[in-house]
Design a binder for this molecule. Structure first.
Ligand code: SF4
Length: 346
């Protein structure tokens, strides 16, 4: 069995709010654990405030976790680099942000944006090699003619082209993992597919792994090998993407799937689970002083009294499919289902 390229163990982040006299904490992330294998796309899906962006920002070392472990190729990053990530980790684990315009400096050319990391990480020996590498990168991400694009400024590019530049910039340092935080949510629908296909091609050609953050479960199904669902700072379900979409087990996953447009609607084929409107309209509860039990209890159409008392444990449904929901736990305190009625022969 190969070592995962990235392993996250019990990652937790609490933000202090309130006053010194009356401190309180936002529980943004609670005991999140998962693995990413080489050349694998792990999609993390959830609403705003579910903790998915906090997860990748912690992995990128843009902030320090309250507790937990980040293990990169078998090495604990928090132990070996306690004061922030080194250049080596930063080059191997790169991030693409949601807003491609905001992540580029409007006063510098595209060529400058790509030259900077190449120079900082000593990836080019001279000016000629620098220029060649910039043009190769632009060609790799489909920006042709490369020399022309290198001389342009961010405002001269479309949203999709700017996101391709952001991907090219991540590639300058030969990353092994790319953290893609909603990389297509600000792009026109017509160009989203092109960016996802580019990410997929880089996965195949270079063995790059991705953590793909999205609130759109349909794009997670498209690009994710595995998909994990987050709610109120907790991972609530995970499975291979196809399995998750076809056999969702957690009521929240079913709620997300119910929001995906259904091309079979009205054609006599029912592919989605009916979710009450009240559950669809409700929002994530406050992450300050979350009540005990399941965080989805206030919206769940299947809530039971146990759900308000105890956080459900992880239940394994198959080799790759797990869920945290009392509907799937074999808890002895739950009442047994009624026995099957005796068969009656007519
Ligand atoms: Fe709903 Fe209870 Fe399952 Fe939470 S544990 S999702 S409240 S049934």
């Amino acid at each position: 069995m190969t070592t995962p390229v990235l392993e996250i163990q019990n990652l937790t982040k609490h933000f202090a709010v309130g006053t010194l006299a009356k401190p309180s904490y936002v529980h943004a992330l609670e005991d999140v654990s998962f693995k990413v294998n080489r050349g694998e796309v792990v999609a993390i899906v959830g609403e705003s405030g579910s903790g998915k962006s906090t997860t990748v920002r912690l992995i990128a070392r843009l902030m320090e976790p309250t507790r937990g472990e980040i293990i990169f190729k078998g090495q604990s990053i928090l132990k070996t680099e306690p004061k922030g990530a080194t250049l080596d980790y930063r080059s191997k684990v790169q991030m693409i942000f949601q807003d491609p315009f905001g992540s580029l400096n409007p006063i510098h050319t595209i060529g400058h944006h790509l030259e900077r990391p190449l120079l900082i990480h000593k990836k080019a020996k001279n000016k000629k090699e620098l220029q060649e590498k910039v043009e190769t990168l632009l060609t790799t991400v489909g920006l042709n003619p490369a020399a022309e694009f290198a001389g342009k400024y961010p405002h001269q590019l479309s949203g999709g082209q700017r996101q391709r530049v952001a991907i090219a910039r991540a590639l300058t340092v030969d990353p092994e993992v790319i953290l893609a935080d909603e990389p297509i949510s600000m792009l026109d629908v017509s160009i989203r597919m092109g960016v996802l296909n580019l990410m997929d091609k880089l996965k195949v050609d270079r063995g790059i792994s991705y953590i793909y953050i999205t609130h759109d479960i349909a794009s997670a199904r498209y690009i994710g090998d595995r998909t994990m669902v987050m709610y109120a700072g907790h991972m609530v379900e995970g499975a291979e993407s196809t399995d998750l979409m076809q056999n969702p087990a957690h009521p929240y996953t079913k709620l997300l799937l119910s929001a995906v447009p259904n091309p079979h609607a009205g054609l006599g084929k029912q592919t989605h689970v009916e979710i009450p409107d009240a559950a669809k309209r409700a929002e994530i509860p406050s992450l300050i002083d979350l009540p005990p039990g399941c965080p989805f209890a206030s919206r769940c159409p299947a809530v039971m009294s146990l759900c308000h008392k105890t956080m459900p444990a992880v239940t394994t449904l198959s080799a790759q499919h797990w869920v945290r929901c009392h509907l799937h736990t074999a808890d002895e305190s739950l009442p047994l289902p009624p026995p099957n009625p005796p068969r009656v022969s007519l």
